[in-house]
Write a protein that binds this ligand. Structure first.
Ligand code: MG
Length: 384
């Protein structure tokens, strides 16, 4: 079996999600997805430039194809949009390898530890566009009623009226009070037994991150995410050493080498690689194994369509130290559901806060081309 073509489509989801299609000379087709954070133009351009290195390769040699691209396309920076493009291709290769073998991808990754994947609902700023505490409480209660056993909220408010400075990374007393009020109200609403994570989006300096972490200690957080920017691991070590609140980071790191220092220095209690961003399924498994060596749980960040989401489910099934997987579609639920053919009449692959592991060959979702066409981003073409 040989690769004959690599094509892309770009759809609106969390910005611009790049879908990857790889065709073979035997008529089999695989689909993958690259994380949307970088914007589609760079990702599509890079994937197009990688195509000639893939044509003629056997797609079942997933890691060989991946390594070939990594070594021959990237002479230098192995992060950012380069790795995001590589990730999208890698997911499509696994889909093809699974379809060729007649096996679900998790079987090719070593088999499954579990039959369904626990999700946490990313609740953002809640149901109220103004981000009120009442809107957060409403969304939290709604998610728990829907069956979610874990949720996450954002508390970093760039537009907080009490902010003194648009560029410094320092939290002031009024901002801190708003943060505590939001987290406290949500914790009261969901009770003590639902897991609650809080995201700071890498916006604070060390003393501010510590003050926030201390103030949130009474709320028994599942984790506090990215309290400081991602570039300086030692700063994160200092934050973690000063609080009982568990610290999580990793969505802005790439490849296994990007996670090495984080784990070796004991900077985190939980890691959150983004599978369609950090290098793909096999790379995320290697990162998870590295985390396992340090007894650190794996809770992937994820902002992808159901295709990238389901690919991640296979990887989460195939590692022992899986914790919980992000689900970020609350504000775009209808659009999110429209991208794939639902497994039953429910209309969604997400049920009761879980995704059931597919047992069909490949990644196990079928793109709904009506949904893809309806939400395609103009100017990119649809697998042309
Ligand atoms: Mg985050």
């Amino acid at each position: 079996m040989r690769i004959v073509d690599v094509r892309t489509a770009v759809v609106a989801y969390h910005g611009q999600a790049t879908l990857v299609r790889i065709d073979t000379d035997e008529g089999l087709t695989g689909f993958g997805e690259a994380n949307p954070d970088a914007g589609a133009a760079g990702v599509v351009g890079l994937i197009n430039s990688m195509k000639e290195l893939l044509v003629g390769e056997d797609p079942r040699d997933v890691e060989r194809c991946w390594e070939k691209l990594r070594r021959r396309v990237f002479a230098g920076p192995q992060a950012g949009v380069y790795v995001i493009a590589l990730s999208g291709i890698e997911l499509a290769l696994w889909d093809l390898a699974g379809k060729a073998a007649g096996q679900p991808v998790h079987r090719l990754l070593g088999g499954k530890f579990r039959d369904r994947i626990r999700l946490y609902a990313d609740c953002g700023d809640g149901d109220d566009p103004a981000g009120s505490v009442a809107g957060c409480v409403d969304r939290a209660q709604r998610m728990v009623e829907e069956g979610f056993t874990a949720i996450k909220f954002d508390i970093d408010d760039l537009n907080h009226p009490a902010k003194f400075d648009a560029f410094n990374h320092t939290v002031n007393a009024s901002e801190l009070r708003s943060m505590v009020e939001r987290v406290g109200a949500v914790r009261d609403a969901i009770g003590p037994d639902v897991d609650l994570a809080i995201d700071l989006h890498a916006r604070y300096d060390v003393p501010s991150a510590c003050r926030i972490a201390w103030e949130l200690e009474p709320f028994n957080l599942m984790w506090l995410e990215e309290p400081v920017p991602a570039e300086n691991v030692d700063a994160l070590v200092r934050v973690r050493a000063q609080t009982r609140t568990p610290i999580c980071a990793g969505e802005n790191l790439y490849l296994r080498w990007g996670f090495r220092e984080l784990l070796e220095k004991g900077a985190v209690d939980v890691i959150e690689p983004d599978v369609p961003k950090c290098g793909g399924l096999a790379e995320a498994k290697k990162i998870a194994n590295l985390a396992e060596m340090h007894y650190v749980p794996f809770a992937p960040h994820l902002v992808s369509t159901p295709l990238g989401t389901m690919a991640t489910v296979h990887q989460c099934a195939a590692i022992p130290n899986f914790y919980v997987q992000e689900w970020h579609a609350l504000d775009e639920r209808e659009v999110w559901d429209s991208y794939v053919v639902a497994p039953d009449t429910s209309g969604s692959i997400v049920k009761d806060g879980y995704i059931t592991l597919p047992e069909t060959p490949g990644i196990g979702v079928e793109l709904d081309m009506d949904g893809v066409r309806k939400h395609a981003v103009p100017g990119f073409g649809i697998f042309e």
